[in-house]
Write a protein that binds this ligand. Sequence first.
Ligand code: SAM
Length: 345
Amino acid sequence: MVADSIRRRIAADGPMPFEVFQESALYGEGGFFASGPVRSSATGDFLTSPEVSPWFGRSIGRYLSGTRIDRLVEVGAGSGSLLRALLEELGEIDAWAVEASPMARDRLRSVIAPNQVVASLDAVPGPFTGALIANELIDNLPVALAVRTGGGWSEHFVGVVGDELAFVTVPARGAVADWAERYGGEVPVDGIVEVQLAAAAWLRRAMAMLQQGVILLIDYGGTVEELEPRRNIGTLRTYRGHHLGPDPLLEPGETDITVDVNFTALLSVAEEAGSRAQLHRQDDFLIATGLRTVVSELRQQELELARAGDTIGQLAVKDERINAETLLHPRGLGDFRVLEIEVQR
Ligand SMILES: C[S@@+](CC[C@H](N)C(=O)[O-])C[C@H]1O[C@@H](n2cnc3c(N)ncnc32)[C@H](O)[C@@H]1O
């Protein structure tokens, strides 16, 4: 069990940084993404945009169709729903999937060439001209937990108290305190900032993969200012079986562990590397690709099928239309953010 191996490591080495705990709980042996079914599906633990409707991938495909794509890479590709819809729109292109989960990699091998399904970005040939896309990846990358004190920052490590895993407070490491200071915003004493250094490192690596092209990172979260009201208790949470799960320390390996993405920090990474970056809402981004028109056309088809007395056909198109609209819901998936980074060397 993941909890046992974490306990053994703490017994040997003392309390561990939260990002080490999260890495083991999600990706270590027996971890949430390393065991069980593919998590992002109707029968799994959460439903993502590409699982809700193929119009998510088709819309992104339409956005990409005007640009030169020698290679398309999706990172954290899950079940392959997004890749499948993208390829439908873009035709035969050199597509790669990077996926940490072995079960998801198995599924992806039925969507694209099996030797182009890999476990790490390092296995993708590059630099290339094209597009790199990740939906709901960044929110899963390990974070450190900084806690505001009267004079600065401390940090939550994971230790064992009695027989239970528990947070223990230690002085913050320098890089953690610096990040929290720069991207935490106004944080009350005892307020929590999830420090997303791994996300920044990942984005630097992803940008280095591109000779020229676009990176799209789609996720929940917001700017520093948008996240400020949530700093009292922070945004760390768990999911299991489509519902919010228990405290992240209670059942490591049994739940997803996720945070809201701090897009201001990612914008800085892109801009510091000299790239043009823009943050959109998901609803605005998809509408700009023509999704509202698609919804209207589907509604029209529904009417025509109803007039023709084809109830089964009408219900199928109605389902397709409602699922496409779900991608635009202003307080649901439409409120996700799309970070668009143009890389040019
Ligand atoms: C929340 S799921 C999203 C799956 C899919 N993108 C979707 O939208 O349905 C996150 C996925 O990212 C994968 N993942 C996490 N860290 C990764 C990394 N560093 N490289 C590749 N895949 C990763 C996980 O295994 C998991 O399948």
